[in-house]
Design a protein around this ligand. Sequence first.
Ligand code: GDP
Ligand code: IMO
Ligand code: MG
Length: 420
Amino acid sequence: MVDVILGLQWGDEGKGKIVDYFASQYDIIARFQGGPNAGHTLYVEDKKIVLHQIPSGVFHQQAINLIGNGVVLDPGTLRREADTVSAFGVDLKKNLFISERTHLILPTHRALDKAAEGAKGEGKIGSTLKGIGPAYMDKTGRNGLRVGDLLHKGFIAQYIKLRLKHQKLLDNYNFNEDISAWEEEFFESIEFLKSLNIVNGEYFLNQKISEGKKVLAEGAQGSMLDIDFGTFPFVTSSNTISAGVCNGLGVAPQKIREVIGVSKAYCTRVGGGPFPTELHDEVGEKLRKVGSEFGATTGRPRRCGWMDMVALQYACMLNGVTQIVMTKADVLDAFEELQICTSYKINDKEISEIPFQMAHAPIEPQYKSFKGWNKETSSIKTHEELPVEMKDYIQFINAALGVEVKYVSNGPGRDQIIKV
Ligand code: GDP
Ligand code: IMO
Ligand code: MG
């Protein structure tokens, strides 16, 4: 049996905290896509930790963590992260498993990401520059190197062949930065990677499932950044939606039970691309300030705006969401009035579907106003104590989505979550 936790917006919904919260109920926590573009924040012993490659269940002793075949893995990031979690007494040799089919991010993938983004100029995607796009391009282009390749003596020859191919592309971009330090770190780090448990992920996981073990699949990015259904081309390079669980881990669709969608009580986006409910005024500024909306991976200020029901309905449809966790509700404590976008107006026509290309026509979001609760909620522990205005806000979301908000997160801390 597999349950899934994934983001319903443009990423950074608070997935890391929510996976950490639920992890104690599972035997395996598995990342199924994305790479170190992810930044999943959680608090352990009141210390803030941001995970990029290692699944967010790593601080739970009973659970095994799996990096699935659908992930792209940067060995340097993994090694640095291993040092961070080891300081908390976590033994990765025991509780981290990596699929041999997981594709590697090479130093030249990062260089290509940088060169390609630089060449895009104004139209740049705002990539995290972690090499994600080029690594997935080599996967679908059938050139990429995988973790399992590290265990064979032909690896260096394969590496050099691909390195030369990448160099030609870099020359085309006139990219001439020195990446020798990245390469040095890569080769040191693959030795560490080889010392971990490298397994056939699909047999490993299916065997555990047949033994009755419970698996939690952890998504990265968000549904609106999905390569097929997101705001293309301003997306990431993997399938972030629940369908990605099947090909990112090698599990059949019947094995998937709950799909837990995480959404902020408002909305953010980092990087370029359309964002209909974005606020360019002091309200947006206040959301960013109160919500500490700065990227966990790049430190960039996140763009902020109101909740968008058109996008959320779309995400619920694509993912088959069975329950919602609404995060960062406490951030709205300080607002007199709240808005939720209920439809888009494009060229005077009201629509409730995500258009093919959001950037083609100006979208005027149509809003419904809500009275703010205007009181501090971050110390609340029970549903009963929640302000009536927040209950109304949630009730509206439940009705609009046909899926219920089952948990409200009211602070970044591990215990700041309320069952509704
Ligand atoms: P992820 O990528 O989806 O895991 O989310 P990030 O970690 O990138 O961003 C979420 C940020 O919000 C982190 O700084 C979290 O510590 C913080 N956070 C998560 N849940 C809450 C919440 O309910 N309230 C507040 N105030 N902060 C939260
Ligand atoms: P988590 O898992 C928010 C965004 C980037 C950029 C676009 C493409 O923490 O929610 P990429 O590096 O994949 O080439 O970037 O996607 N992006 C994210 N935004 N949260 C993330 O991950 C993101 N990962 C990528 O800002 O716009
Ligand atoms: Mg994040």
